[in-house]
Design a protein around this ligand. Structure first.
Ligand SMILES: Cc1ncc(COP(=O)(O)O)c(C=O)c1O
Length: 422
């Protein structure tokens, strides 16, 4: 079906009363569900992975100290991303923890992050007994609003930790310019952004470090796993030292196993092709959704030359759906066979933060007045709205055939036409 035929079918269906057209009737009202034809299976694997895992098993070299797989993976991931150095670690959280520790982030420092991210970005800051300073979101893009960064920097700010949310790059030009002007280092949380690019250069290679996750949902997957990219040899060395217990400097054991490295190299044989499929499908879906009032796909900044499409994110405006709450919209979509999620809650408002601020360590470090000032600064109104409007589709949905994008758009159109009765 071409686009014109598809839209024609959709509008022809709209002309019929719901009762006369079971295909048009929403599944939530007893109509026939639509079906994505793609298997949406994740992870994808075959004998390549079997061979890699069995190879490590039979070698008896299961840890990086005796085997070669982790080292080889580091070389391959550095080559894939164009980074000078790569350090493999146990997971994305370890990538963040090791790099901010190597940078010397310490108790009482301030670290800047977005409020629209996975809780791990916050957890590593709190683990250091540092203060998380949230910079509001740009609702149009779902990313940290770079225009609000400068005002959040104080003489206690020791790090800017932006996140390439959903796999799409943040506005790196503006963030790096502000960071340079204020003399604050940047570490990129690229945990969702494998192969993402800003001005034709991979994300994760712009800051002093770039952190990646290979957790099971990610576009590059070894169940758990992570990596840090560097262009600076001494910062690479410092992070490497932190990730493998030392007697002469502060450190932990955050090492990746040889099995995971074997899996990652097998998965990397498909990453480029999978990424291209996601890009093509996402572009087509955006085109189809541009016809639907009340659905606003996340915009990309002009410097984005490649989106990693870990998530397909859009904003849902209930005004164009007869006032139907987002939760109902998600339910109706799921009934059509299109699973979607409402995404994150505002991270800057999580009760977790107050609980951690009440611990002995934080009480020793910060006075009541200081924590009160933190609370006064902690306002992200745009992000609060974003968290109410967001809808996510996950990356395996973009790996199906092109017709699956038509199914997603048809499901949304169908729900919109019947919104008043849903
Ligand atoms: C933005 C972001 N940061 C950090 C992490 C932490 O990665 P991991 O789960 O591998 O520890 C994740 C993923 O889970 C993430 O999405």
């Amino acid at each position: 079906m071409n686009r014109r035929q598809f839209l024609g079918t959709a509008s022809a269906a709209a002309a019929l009363p719901a009762s006369a057209n079971p295909v048009d009737k929403p599944a939530l009202l007893g109509g026939t569900p639509l079906k994505l034809t793609g298997a949406r299976q994740w992870p994808v694997f075959d004998q390549t992975e079997e061979k890699a895992l069995l190879g490590v098993l039979k070698s008896g070299h299961w840890y990086r100290g005796s085997g070669q797989m982790v080292r080889k993976f580091e070389e391959q991931y550095a080559a894939l991303t164009g980074a000078k150095h790569c350090l493999a670690v146990a997971n994305g959280t370890s990538a963040l923890l090791a790099s901010i520790s190597a940078l010397g982030i310490d108790a009482g420092d301030e670290v800047i992050l977005p409020p629209y991210t996975f809780v791990a970005t916050l957890n590593v800051i709190l683990e250091k007994h540092a203060l998380p300073i949230f910079v509001d979101s740009d609702r149009a893009t779902f990313q940290m609003d770079a225009a609000k960064l400068n005002a959040a920097i104080t003489d206690r700010t020791k790090l800017i930790l932006p996140v390439h949310m959903g796999g799409a790059p943040v506005d790196l030009d503006s963030i790096l310019a502000t960071a340079k002007k204020r003399n604050v280092p940047v570490i990129e949380d690229a945990c969702q952004a494998h192969l993402g690019e800003w001005r034709n250069r991979k994300v994760g290679t712009w800051g002093i470090a770039g952190c990646f996750s290979f957790q099971a949902s990610k576009n590059l997957n070894s169940g758990e796993g992570g990596a840090v990219l560097f262009n600076d040899a001494s910062f690479h060395e410092a992070t490497r030292a932190f990730h493998s217990n030392q007697t002469n400097s502060q450190s932990l054991n955050l090492r990746l196993t040889e099995f995971q490295a074997g899996l990652l190299m097998a998965q990397m044989t498909r990453i480029e092709a999978q990424s291209k499929t996601r890009e093509q499908n996402a572009a087509y879906l955006t085109k189809l959704l541009s016809e639907v009032k009340g659905i606003a796909p996340a915009k990309l900044y002009p410097g984005c030359t490649r989106n990693a499409w870990h998530l397909y994110m859009f904003r849902y405006d209930k005004q164009h759906f007869a006032g139907m709450p987002r939760e109902k919209f998600l339910k109706a979509l799921a009934a059509e066979g299109v699973p979607a999620s409402g995404g994150y809650n505002p991270l800057n408002k999580q009760p977790l933060i107050a609980r951690i601020f009440a611990t002995r360590g934080f009480r020793r470090l910060f006075t009541d007045a200081e924590l009160k000032r933190w609370a006064e600064r902690n306002h992200c109104p745009e992000n609060d709205k974003l968290c109410e409007e967001a809808v996510w589709l996950t990356q395996p949905m973009l790996l199906g055939p092109r017709t699956d994008m038509e199914v997603i758009a048809t499901a949304i159109g169908k729900i919109q036409r019947h919104a008043a009765s849903l």
